[in-house]
Design a binder for this molecule. Structure first.
Ligand code: CUA
Length: 434
């Protein structure tokens, strides 16, 4: 109601407030009215003294019955009709609305304009022009919410959704992500900047950004890309832990990977991690990074490498890890190259099972494979399942059918990607991980 939300600044915002207020006033009226009458009756007809009195026999009153059926019915019809009409207006963009593409990803918003201009975390719009936002997510479900415009819409990874509004007043308004999407959901913000048409045109055609970019040193360009490409949402540069490893002091460091092997963070590793992030995931981190293949030029990749290199004197410089241990403990049995066990081990690596399932008991995205075979696991729905050939096969082909409790349903199906024999080999391998 009043002033809990910011000032309404879109064409339909006052309608939204109006219907919201009407419903609230009606509710408050009836809550107070009914409570007051109930309290009054309780006092008026309480037992007086200690002599019980007979409850009188009361017949219904038809006029009263009609009245208290008819009035609420009319109220409900009125609210439903008004709600429908306003909702319809909010869901029907005018044909002359101009379009801006919105990309959501953990944990930031990117806006792409018809002329190719890209803006991060700031949606610039001309006043008094309807805009249609065409929205898609690159990872999980987000929701674009601009309270001042009184509108909100989920942003999905699987299909485009849209949203429209017409700002009626210049100024800066806050936009939020309104769907819990991970660790930094609350930091997933954007500014909606409504400006005059002239200022908008100037902004839209201002390419000084790109000119400045061409004059930057690689380190400067890398720093800019770190911001523009939203690397900062997952990788800090001050040593603090976010979704991914911090860049502070990471250059030259030996990192332990989720499959137990090690890698030195150098040019090759950074480039590979940008193009194919799931190839080598640092142990203890989820394989959550999207690929930037095709989104960064060779020059930009070099710039990012230069930037990360430049951060090497940052916090936590060189905490040496112990020398290479953890050679994946496997196959004691005489496993020659062609055996199912050996094949399973190979597939476990090449199919990237290792990014989510450890073989040494550590918890990653999914359950560890160590000692899993034969175990009874509790599922998300409370039922139990014994990990046998049947269960492993089902989990490979249809992973979301039976999810072990407290793990996310994150596994992709490998249907069509593994032969019957492959699956048998994987089962053999998992069996061997006692
Ligand atoms: Cu994106 Cu919450």
């Amino acid at each position: 109601m009043h002033r809990i939300l910011p000032e309404p600044v879109s064409t339909f915002a006052s309608d939204v407030d109006w219907i919201h207020n009407v419903i609230t006033y009606i509710s408050v009226f009836f809550i107070i009215g009914i409570t007051a009458v109930a309290v009054y009756f309780a006092i008026r007809y309480r037992q007086k003294g200690d002599k019980p009195h007979k409850t009188p026999h009361i017949h219904g009153d038809n006029r009263l019955e009609i009245l208290w059926t008819l009035i609420p019915t009319l109220v409900v019809i009125f609210v439903a009709t008004q709600g429908y009409l306003i909702h319809k207006e909010m869901r029907t963009p005018p044909p002359d609305a101009f379009e801006v593409n919105v990309t959501a990803q953990q944990f930031a918003w990117t806006f792409t304009y018809p002329n190719g201009k890209v803006s991060n975390g700031e949606l610039v719009l001309p006043v008094d022009k309807p805009v249609k936002l065409i929205m898609k997510s690159r990872d999980v479900i987000h929701s674009f919410f601009v309270p001042a415009m009184r509108t909100k819409q989920d942003v999905l990874p699987t299909q485009y959704t849209y949203l429209w509004f017409e700002p009626t007043k210049t100024g800066e308004y806050q936009a939020f992500c309104a769907e819990y999407c991970g660790t930094n959901h609350s930091g997933m913000l954007a500014k909606v900047k409504v400006v005059s048409q002239g200022e908008y045109d100037r902004w839209l055609n201002d390419r000084s950004d790109e000119i400045a970019k061409s004059k930057m040193s690689p380190v400067e360009l890398g720093r800019k890309l770190y911001k523009d490409k939203l690397c900062y949402t997952c990788h800090s540069i001050d040593g603090s832990r976010l979704v991914g490893p911090s860049f502070a002091g990471i250059w030259g460091k030996k990192e332990k990977l989720s499959d137990g092997s090690e890698v030195v963070v150098d040019e090759n590793y950074i480039e590979e991690s940008l193009r194919n992030p799931n190839a080598k995931v640092v142990a203890g981190y989820p394989p959550a990074m999207p690929s930037y293949e095709g989104q960064l030029s060779d020059e930009e990749i070099s710039a990012l490498i230069a930037f990360i290199k430049d951060l090497k004197e940052g916090a936590g410089g060189g905490k040496e890890k112990q020398a290479a241990k953890t050679e994946a403990k496997t196959s004691e049995a005489g496993a020659d190259a062609g055996s199912p066990l050996k094949r399973g081990e190979e597939l476990f690596k090449t199919k990237l099972c290792a990014t989510c399932h450890s073989i040494d008991g550590t918890r990653l995205v999914g359950p560890s494979m160590k000692g899993l075979y034969g175990k009874t696991e509790e599922l998300a729905d409370g039922s139990k399942v014994v990990v046998d050939d049947e269960y492993i096969k089902e989990s490979i082909l249809n992973p979301s059918a039976k999810i072990v409790k407290s793990y996310p349903p994150a596994m992709p199906s490998f249907k069509g990607q593994l032969s019957e024999e492959d699956i048998k080999s994987l089962i053999e391998y998992i069996k061997s991980l006692k």
